[in-house]
Design a protein around this ligand. Structure first.
Ligand SMILES: Cc1cc2nc3c(=O)[nH]c(=O)nc-3n(C[C@H](O)[C@H](O)[C@H](O)COP(=O)(O)O)c2cc1C
Length: 218
């Protein structure tokens, strides 16, 4: 089983999303001892932001691409191939200014490409990614999930769910630590809840696999 472990926080030692994504990956590793893990650090090695060349590299016939567009196409292809080769993608996602860090948005801009991960059909966009499962490890200083008003202001989890579903991904779980900047007690409680939620998610993934695979994995 291939796991793609993505971190996107520009913070390192103090990062909550990194701590949380590592916790989820450790649980997966415990349950799937033979799994392959690829760690991708979007803060240390950010995908260059979207430009016209990035865009055109996937929308012009290959023979007409400029050298720069060819280079961009190769970078985008590498991101897409890593993504599509994964059974599970764990995304460490901090909430910054009600949204995502730009490093993570730049990665989504790379992997969202017509003909590879989605296509245009008569009824709109159709996702082409059916085999990848995603666990979002979300961290936020305040509280959002507990009220309608909070959820409406949360453009991080809502955006990630919408963007990944657009690509066809049906199984998306969210593990979150929320209110981490409010108090030490609140933070400790958030981690305890997240640990239990991650445990349930990892168990449900195992239970959803066919019996012969389960026998080989446990
Ligand atoms: C630039 C910046 C913007 C932030 N914006 C928000 C915000 O809009 N809402 C919130 O609840 N917390 C906000 N926070 C707090 C972070 O969500 C919190 O520190 C979380 O742990 C970030 O994940 P990280 O530690 O992995 O970087 C912000 C923090 C930073 C550094």
């Amino acid at each position: 089983m291939n796991i793609l472990h993505i971190d996107s926080s520009p913070m390192f030692e103090t990062s909550n999303s990194r701590k949380l994504s590592a916790m989820v990956v450790a649980l997966l590793q415990e349950r799937y001892p033979g799994c392959n893990i690829l760690h991708k650090d979007l803060a240390r090695d950010p995908p260059p932001h979207l430009t016209q060349d990035v865009y055109l590299a996937y929308r012009r016939p290959e023979a007409e691409l400029t050298p720069q567009q060819r280079r961009e196409r190769a970078v985008t292809d590498a991101h897409i191939e890593q993504f599509l080769a994964s059974d599970i993608v764990v995304i460490g996602a901090p909430l910054y200014n009600l949204s995502l860090p730009t490093q993570l948005k730049a990665w989504i801009d790379r992997i969202s490409q017509p003909g590879r991960t989605f296509r245009y059909a008569e009824r709109g966009i159709v996702g082409l990614v059916s085999n990848v499962r995603v666990i979002v490890a979300s961290s936020r200083g305040g509280l959002y999930s507990l009220s309608e008003e909070g959820r409406a202001r949360d453009f991080q989890e809502r955006y990630l769910l919408a963007a990944l579903k657009t690509l066809g991904i049906a199984h998306i779980d969210i593990v979150r630590v929320e209110g981490v900047n409010m108090s030490a007690d609140r933070r400790a409680e958030a981690y305890a809840k997240a640990q239990a939620a991650a445990d349930d998610i990892v168990s449900s993934i195992l239970a959803s696999r066919p019996q012969w695979q389960r026998a080989a994995l446990v």
